[in-house]
Design a protein around this ligand. Structure first.
Ligand code: UT7
Length: 331
């Protein structure tokens, strides 16, 4: 059962909800300005899920497209991993809800939580099952309805986040193709820099936690910013090193889409021209675990990534967590 073999992304898909919240809309809600948001973050608008849409609904839309592009039927899936910090509910897992929606009866299913790095963690976990020969087809989804945990009266956070979902199907690959390396990291000592205080076992939901707005995201923005700038470069270099490559070998970069200034710092460290980097944070803001897979899917659909390209994915997030993947593109 346990053989070591290559792992490839054989299909991608993404979905963003219809409702657009522009910077001008936010100007009416909090003390902010279009100019502040654009110059400090690069974000112009973001998507917001409709009242009837939960994370599993966004997952479903992205997953159907990923399965279609991979030519894989839901019944063929062996495993579904959903990376999210905004599950439909604490349990059952969003992955189980998605399994039922897809009719993927054979698939095992679980959620994975590594915040904005969740999709890269999901790729790492999902690919192990294929590398060992235990499974043939794994679906990895990064999906968020962050609008449900954002304080729409807090200008420090509400301008940054958006809703969306991105998915990929993993399958076996020839040696030297597909995922060449994966690098993951975590530092729990920075957990207090980006967190959601209430709703877990530490502080169960109570009238008091709601009154204190402890069911919303709390973030120390500039500390996260400094960490992000450092770790995006470091994680990229580690993943490249593990693949036996250097920064000159990168054909295309798909970074986590949190802030254009963070992306620019990574571009500078990696000495890449902007044309070799996918940026969609202007349209969607930071979709946490969904950012990288949505950007990857859009880049593929726009023909920016071709077979044989060396693609670098890199992200960071709450935890603190970080991770990078180097992929020799085959799909
Ligand atoms: O995926 C991981 C999730 N998190 C992140 O990636 C966040 C990383 N951090 C960032 O992107 C940036 O730190 C922010 C965009 C959050 C903030 O930018 P900054 O350049 O670090 O600004 P700052 O936090 O130092 O705040 C500067 C000023 C403050 O005013 P005072 O104290 O100097 O008077 C803020 O109150 O900007 C103020 N401010 C705003 N003003 C207008 C904060 N948010 C806003 C706003 N509109 N929306």
């Amino acid at each position: 059962m346990f053989t070591q073999r290559g792992v490839s992304i054989i299909g991608t898909g993404s979905y963003v909800p219809e409702q657009v919240i522009t910077n001008q809309d936010l100007e009416k809600m909090v003390d902010t300005s279009d100019q502040w948001i654009i110059t400090r973050t690069g974000i112009k608008e973001r998507r917001r899920a409709a009242a009837h849409e939960a994370t599993s609904d966004l997952c479903y839309q992205a997953a159907v497209k990923a399965l279609d592009s991979a030519g894989v039927a839901p019944e063929e899936l062996d495993l579904i991993i959903v990376a999210t910090v905004t599950p439909d509910m604490l349990f059952p897992s969003t992955a189980c809800l998605l399994q039922e929606k897809l009719g993927a009866q054979k698939a095992a299913a679980f959620d994975l939580e590594a915040a904005c790095t969740g999709f890269i963690y999901g790729l790492a976990v999902g690919s192990q099952f294929i590398a060992t020969g235990m499974y043939e087809k794994v679906l990895v989804v990064g999906a968020e309805v962050l609008s449900s945990i954002v304080d729409w009266e807090d200008r420090n956070t509400c301008v940054l986040f958006g809703d969306g979902a991105g998915a990929c199907v993993l399958g076996p690959a020839k040696p030297g193709e597909g995922i060449l390396s994966l690098y993951l990291g975590a530092d729990g000592s920075g957990g207090h820099l980006l967190y959601l205080p209430a709703g877990g076992s530490r502080k169960p939901v109570a009238r008091e936690t709601v009154e204190n707005k402890e069911h919303y995201i709390k973030m120390c923005g500039n500390e996260v910013f400094k960490f992000a700038v450092r770790v995006m470069g470091e994680a990229s270099m580690k993943a490249l090193e593990q693949a036996g490559l250097s920064k000159e070998d990168i054909d295309f970069l798909v970074p986590h889409q949190a802030n254009i200034r963070i992306v620019d710092a990574a571009i500078k460290r990696l000495e890449l021209p902007r044309e070799q980097v996918y940026i969609n944070l202007d349209k969607y803001g930071n979709m946490s675990g969904a950012s990288i897979p949505v950007a990857l899917d859009e880049a593929v659909n726009e023909g920016k990534i071709s077979s044989g390209d060396t693609v670098l994915l890199v992200g960071f997030g709450a935890g603190l967590t970080w991770g990078a993947a180097v992929i020799r593109w085959t799909a």
